[in-house]
Design a binder for this molecule. Structure first.
Ligand code: PEP
Length: 249
């Protein structure tokens, strides 16, 4: 498989006010336009996308959204469309995060519809899959994540830029991580489905790992075969931590 630059994407979740843009500027300033070994992106709350995109323009640090509505527009109070994210300056969007699947009942088919919405708006989707602790303890991890990949990725993604993020639900925000062997097994299983679905293109789609990635464990996680980057929550909020993860890529 062709080795591509890993993608290190920060998910700020519902954290961040205007003053938090200092952290984003510090990340860009430290990278200083150097061709980093990694592609770097930050996904702030929707309210900060425009300002972050303006401030990071030409720095090489990309900006993304955290979710989008599948519809183009309409009477959906409080929601944001893919076109709105793109209009605000986003180039990527996280879809199917477990906090959306669990908290808002998002199904695989809804996530697939959101993929199509993202593509229509020219956004690069990062589609999240991952098992719960009960799934893992019940020996269902690979069945769950391969099922989520099959159901959450749309046919329209063929030939388009997108990434999959393997994020075990029990590892998100907990400080727990799977063993390196467990991460590798999950990525191998996801790769198999991607190749089944998209052929040669599926062999090149980056598969990120997410779930308690920190400066202390980033290097070993990123060195696992077929880990094509990281989706980072808590540790992306502080420039120093996020930079240390980028440096490990
Ligand atoms: C996430 O929310 O996508 C995530 C990986 O969070 P954390 O790094 O905080 O576990």
């Amino acid at each position: 498989m062709t080795q591509m630059r890993p993608l290190i994407a920060g998910n700020w979740k519902m954290h961040g006010l205007e003053s938090s843009l200092d952290e984003a500027r510090a990340v860009a300033g430290a990278l200083d336009g150097r061709p980093a070994a990694a592609r770097v992106a930050l996904c702030p709350p929707a309210t900060l996308i425009r300002r972050m995109a303006d401030q990071l323009e030409s720095t090489g640090v990309e900006v993304g959204g955290q979710d989008c509505r599948a519809e183009l527009s309409g009477a959906f109070t409080g929601d944001v469309s893919a076109e709105m994210l793109a209009d605000a300056g986003a180039g990527l969007v996280i879809l199917g995060h477990s906090e959306r699947r669990a908290g808002y009942g998002e199904s695989d088919s809804l996530v697939a519809a959101k993929c199509d919405a993202a593509l229509r708006a020219g956004l690069e989707p990062i589609v999240c899959v991952g098992e719960t602790l009960a799934d893992r303890e019940g020996g269902r991890t690979l069945a769950i994540i391969t099922g989520q990949v099959r159901g959450s990725l749309s046919a329209g993604l063929a030939g388009k830029a997108f990434a999959v993020a393997y994020e075990p639900v029990w590892a998100i925000g907990t400080g727990l991580t799977p063993t390196l062997e467990q991460i590798e097994a999950a990525h191998v299983a996801i790769r198999g489905v991607l190749v089944e679905m998209y052929g040669d293109h599926g062999a090149r789609v980056p598969i990120l790992y997410g779930g308690s990635v920190k400066p202390a464990n980033a290097a070993e996680i990123l060195s696992i075969a077929d880990v094509g980057g990281a989706l980072v929550g808590g540790a992306s909020l502080k420039a120093a931590d996020f930079l240390a993860i980028i440096a490990a890529a």
